[in-house]
Ligand binder design. Structure first.
Ligand SMILES: NC(=O)c1ccc[n+]([C@@H]2O[C@H](COP(=O)([O-])OP(=O)(O)OC[C@H]3O[C@@H](n4cnc5c(N)ncnc54)[C@H](O)[C@@H]3O)[C@@H](O)[C@H]2O)c1
Length: 315
């Protein structure tokens, strides 16, 4: 019999996963983590143990390998939150096969193990930007029912993983929820590579360098704060509603505007450097999250100006 109070979080040493693990531990759940530390950090794991996660529940393993399935069988969680991924578009362009192994095979591996070992629910992170592809010219928002037209291996891997989630819900009885996230930002966003505009800009300004924008800066994103995203995962875990739900603010912000906001919050002039566009990035993202409001009772609570200003004060 699986323990309903046990939640196994894959990617728990990463940005979103570490926030979620702390939140779940604070809510009294027993939290386990599977992470191969390929992008996650040991510092994040220390934060987890300080929040009450037991060191024997931290598993260094690859989600696409047999060990991950064995951990599910041994640890018997009632719930799995699947965040482990090759999480950047540029990395997927550089290594599409490795990304597919982690993002697609890793998801199928967990789903098969979940079905086999009696996991009741699985909640996974998908992409509200890359998996959709560009916002069509005649549309105001990306909606869950829209066709997926990914431009990158990353987007395609997330769209493919979503199909497997739906199939395991239909045919194997695992209640699967997929959250299609906007651009998540907030404290502990410390990616070692340059994909994310918020962490990159704060990092550059902190170290006396100029902000860097890839492309013309007119590309838009739907920026959503990590604490709101954690609440969305918590709600999805509690409610067990199958399906795909956009998690964004519905506010479209240009990359240029975000850089300006960060410069203003840090008292720096917006003297931006430009570099060529990163490959396979979408041009516009704006998510309609009405379904999440209706079915998960989830709404964003932190606007971008407040979220950025809090990060810059902390910096
Ligand atoms: N951050 C965003 O803006 C955003 C937007 C949309 C979707 N997502 C999705 O949310 C999830 C979490 O994103 P994040 O920003 O926290 O990313 P992250 O890179 O900080 O975290 C991912 C974690 O997965 C781990 N991992 C990678 N490959 C693994 C493997 N094969 N086996 C085990 N662990 C592995 C990494 O070590 C890392 O700790 C990902 O699925 C990502 O695709 C993130």
């Amino acid at each position: 019999m699986n323990d309903a109070e046990r939640v196994l979080i894959t990617g728990g040493a990463g940005f979103i996963g570490s926030h979620l693990a702390v939140r779940m531990a604070a809510a009294g759940r027993r939290v386990g983590v599977i992470d191969d530390l390929s992008a996650g950090s040991k510092e994040h794991l220390k934060t987890l143990t300080a929040a009450g996660v037991r060191t024997q529940d931290l598993f260094n393993a690859d989600v696409s390998g047999p060990e991950a399935a064995a951990i599910l069988a041994r640890w018997r969680p009632g719930l799995v939150v699947h965040l482990a991924a090759q999480s950047r578009v540029a990395a997927s362009v550089a290594d599409p096969v490795g990304g597919t192994r982690t993002n697609v095979m890793g998801t199928v591996n967990l789903l098969a193990a979940a079905a086999e070992t009696g996991v009741a629910r699985l909640v996974a992170a998908s992409s509200g930007g890359a998996a959709y592809g560009n916002l069509p010219a005649d549309a105001d928002f990306q909606y869950e029912h829209m066709a997926r037209r990914p431009l990158s291996p990353y987007g395609a891997s997330k769209a493919a993983a979503d199909l497997y989630l739906r199939m395991y819900g239909e045919s194997y009885g695992v209640v699967c929820t997929s959250l299609l996230l906007g651009n998540v930002y907030g404290p502990r966003l410390d990616r070692r590579f340059s994909g994310d505009v918020v962490s990159r800009t704060i990092g550059n300004l902190r170290s006396g360098r100029r902000p860097l924008i890839y492309g013309d800066g007119a590309q838009t994103r739907d920026f959503v704060h990590v604490s709101d995203v954690v609440e969305a995962f918590r709600a999805a875990c509690e409610r067990g509603v199958p399906g795909s739900f956009n998690i964004g603010t519905g506010v479209e912000t240009t990359v240029h505007r975000v850089v300006e906001m960060i410069c203003a919050a840090m008292g720096e002039p917006p003297k931006v450097e430009y570099a060529p566009d990163l490959p396979a990035e979408v041009r516009r993202v704006r998510l309609d999250s009405a379904a999440a409001a209706a079915h998960l009772d989830w709404r964003p609570t932190i606007d971008l100006a407040t979220g950025i200003s809090d990060m810059c004060v902390a910096a």
